[in-house]
Design a protein around this ligand. Structure first.
Ligand code: AMP
Length: 305
């Protein structure tokens, strides 16, 4: 089954202690769409300016991503720049230029409106709602968000939460949204705001999945070398949603979500191993399955024999 992905499509300038680059393909929707495309057909909704390099369009096309919902308009593409500290865990956002995003009115092609799985990757909650408004009863809706919207668009974010099946956010955002210091309390509190399921990401320490009756703690795949964490969260969300769409025919269960979280973590682990999207572009399904198998073996805490 296919998924619809919306979010930012960006030209990023990124500096890490090891490398730097300008005008690299980035944005929440770009990372998420690429990650999901390993599992299932993806329909992309977003906007770029007429400065957006054709090579990026070609990359999306090479992954079979449907671009009917991509608006290319006169003007400049959304730009973001950030610099990582030496631990590669923390970063400073240096600039955000909305450019063509400032007047974005997502308009879904008719062929997108009945897509069963929807990933509202990180953008303003009002835009996420606008996309959702145009969908015909999707089966499972996942939203991602960031601290900026908790500070500047909380009312819209709370409204969005009543309409999604799952929210993905990181640990500091979960604490900010709820005022709880305990992540367990925070995850459960967010569930009471609407979504049946919540994933709290903890960066290099894995993630927590909350459901109505169950809880799952997923470690992070232990990597020796991290080169660039940009887009890790978006890749995680894309991998998770893509895997679900490809493998779940009936109702989404907690067991499905556990497995989807692990596949999301596998995709994210590959993404951070190289600069920008380099590793995602070279990734194969064999790589993904090999790491999933290793990760599973590492996570067994009762080993027989
Ligand atoms: P992450 O590392 O998961 O936080 O994602 C980084 C990506 O998010 C970059 O590729 C940026 O282009 C994109 N991004 C940064 N700020 C925003 C924003 N305010 N809205 C949408 N996307 C953003």
């Amino acid at each position: 089954m296919s998924i619809l992905v919306t979010g930012s499509i960006a030209l990023d300038s990124v500096k890490t202690p090891l490398a730097s680059g300008e005008d690299l393909l980035g944005g929440s929707a770009s990372y998420a769409a690429l990650a999901a495309s390993f599992f299932t057909p993806v329909k992309l909704v977003g906007i770029v300016g007429d400065d957006f390099p054709k090579a990026n369009i070609d990359l999306f096309r090479s992954r079979g991503i449907d671009l009917e919902g991509l608006q290319i308009v006169p003007g400049k593409t959304f730009r973001w720049s950030g610099e990582y500290h030496w631990d590669l865990n923390t970063r400073d956002t240096l600039s955000v230029d909305l450019n063509v995003f400032a007047d974005f009115q997502p308009k879904l092609p008719l062929s997108y409106t009945d897509t069963p799985f929807v990933l509202l990757a990180n953008i303003a909650p009002s835009l996420q709602i606008h996309v959702l408004d145009q969908m015909e009863r999707p089966r499972f809706v996942i939203a991602d968000t960031m601290d900026l919207w908790i500070h500047t668009a909380k009312a819209e974010l709370l409204q969005l939460l009543t309409r999604v099946d799952m929210l993905i956010l990181n640990d500091s955002e979960a604490r900010e949204l709820t005022g709880e210091t305990s992540l367990i309390k925070a995850g459960n509190r967010i569930r009471s705001m609407g979504p049946q399921y919540v994933v709290v990401k903890k960066g290099e320490h894995g993630s927590l999945l909350f459901g109505p009756h169950h809880f799952f703690s997923c470690g992070a795949y232990p990597l020796e070398d991290i080169h660039d964490p940009t887009g890790a969260g978006d890749t995680f969300a894309g991998g998770l949603t893509g895997w679900l769409a490809a493998h779940v025919g009936g109702d989404v269960t907690f067991a499905d979500l556990r497995k989807a979280v692990v596949y999301g973590s596998v995709l994210a682990s590959y993404n951070v191993e190289s600069f920008s999207m380099d590793r995602l572009q070279r990734l194969s399904m064999e790589d993904i399955e090999a790491r999933y198998t290793l990760f599973k073996a590492m996570s067994e805490f009762e080993v027989l024999g």
